[in-house]
Design a protein around this ligand. Sequence first.
Ligand SMILES: NC(=O)c1ccc[n+]([C@@H]2O[C@H](COP(=O)([O-])OP(=O)(O)OC[C@H]3O[C@@H](n4cnc5c(N)ncnc54)[C@H](O)[C@@H]3O)[C@@H](O)[C@H]2O)c1
Length: 461
Amino acid sequence: MTVSIVGTGYVGLTTGALLAAAGNKVYCIDVDSKKIETIKKGRSHFYEPWLDKLISEAIKSKKLIPTTRYRDAIPQSEIAIICVGTPSKGDGSVDLSYIYSAGTSIQKYMIDDLVIVQKSTVPVGTGRRLERILKNGAGNKKFHVVSCPEFLAEGSAVFDTLNMDRVVVGGDSEMAKQKIIRLLKSIDEFSKKIDTKKFTKYSKIYKNKIVFHNETPFKDRILSVGLESAELIKVTANAFLTTKISFANSIARICDQTGADILEVMEGVGRDERIGKSFLYAGLGWGGGCFPKDTAGLIYHADEVGFDFKILKAVVDLNNSQVLYVLRKIHRILGADLEGKKITVLGLSFKPGTSDVRISPSIRLVNNLVRKSATVSVYDPKALQEAKADIDGSVYYAKGIADALKKTDLAILATDWPELVDLDFKKLKRVFKKPNLLDARNKWDKEQVVKLGYKYFGVGR
Ligand SMILES: NC(=O)c1ccc[n+]([C@@H]2O[C@H](COP(=O)([O-])OP(=O)(O)OC[C@H]3O[C@@H](n4cnc5c(N)ncnc54)[C@H](O)[C@@H]3O)[C@@H](O)[C@H]2O)c1
């Protein structure tokens, strides 16, 4: 098929590159000409494992065509997929101006019967509003709006898109739904052909899996629903995941007071199939470009329809206090006065596997430490450059792990990149001034480091 992707961020560029790899002709439209120029050179403008390789091949084969001009792309396209940002406004509501602006630009050049797929995460009701806006200006042209929310996670975006655990399609037109299903099926077909041996180096990031193909038949992963339901599925899923994390962080505080170990507790809890083990990780809290804005958006929208979403408000409050909770632990380790104390923060991106630092708890921690006059040294495998704009005040940007840890009083694991989890603690011990470890992601091997003579502190263990 020939398709247009509107917005070349984490969602748009990953989807576009894989659709191109699967043999479709894909126009990638973005209003940001710098991003388009980078993609034209066969690269991504952000770090995501395996994405550069896919883009460079797709640019060479001319299956991926980056452009800033809607008029070069939309008239040729059977499907236009909106993947623009939906940021939070100050009051928690969602800024939908990029969606409506993309919609009206598509409308200007669309052919009859265009399928407009909404992949951005939006409050329920946005698709209907988009339909109304486009109907008012469409003249005689027919179009179909389908909601097909995206579930990929940064750091494993390519893997998640190849594996698609579910394909949710919402809308009124069966023909339009079938069209987007057929398009996404091409990615599933492509995933069967991948030689997994070539990709072992991605396996650590990709949840230790190197099988890119989901064995469940594609048709069994499709969920065809109404437009509103599709929109609400996505925000509900994100709100539920934040609830699981904040729940684990609450139990961790009880563990800290009682001697229970949060890892043991959640292992026991998660073995109940009704609960499941994933996302019961206590640590520094959740952040990123999605969870904070999607929970805030759902709370705001619930208020608008007359429901006071108290559970979710508590989830957000708990998360807002999590960095401060970890800060109190730092004081307990190093004392009330942090001036002159050297603290190393390992990991700056909001999660491993990405250079994304949007609402990163690690950076919030760094800024708090700087405000407390600590001498802060930071390191991240991929996000050092991106973090600079968000870090207030002066910190030392280390060139490597040993450099970051030199003469430190305390090392903190703030983002659990595999290379920061699997440290050579035996070798590194001599560079520490004081062998204090604060495992703010509960990923270091407590028994091993204690045996090596470190003092270990976790969150809830
Ligand atoms: N990042 C994720 O992990 C993820 C996962 C699932 C869903 N989502 C959702 O998908 C959407 C996109 O997220 P993202 O992280 O890819 O965003 P992003 O900010 O990385 O990218 C959005 C892109 O859209 C471009 N853009 C804005 N207005 C435009 C317009 N009118 N025409 C063309 N391009 C335009 C921007 O320049 C930017 O490059 C959001 O709604 C987000 O909540 C994100």
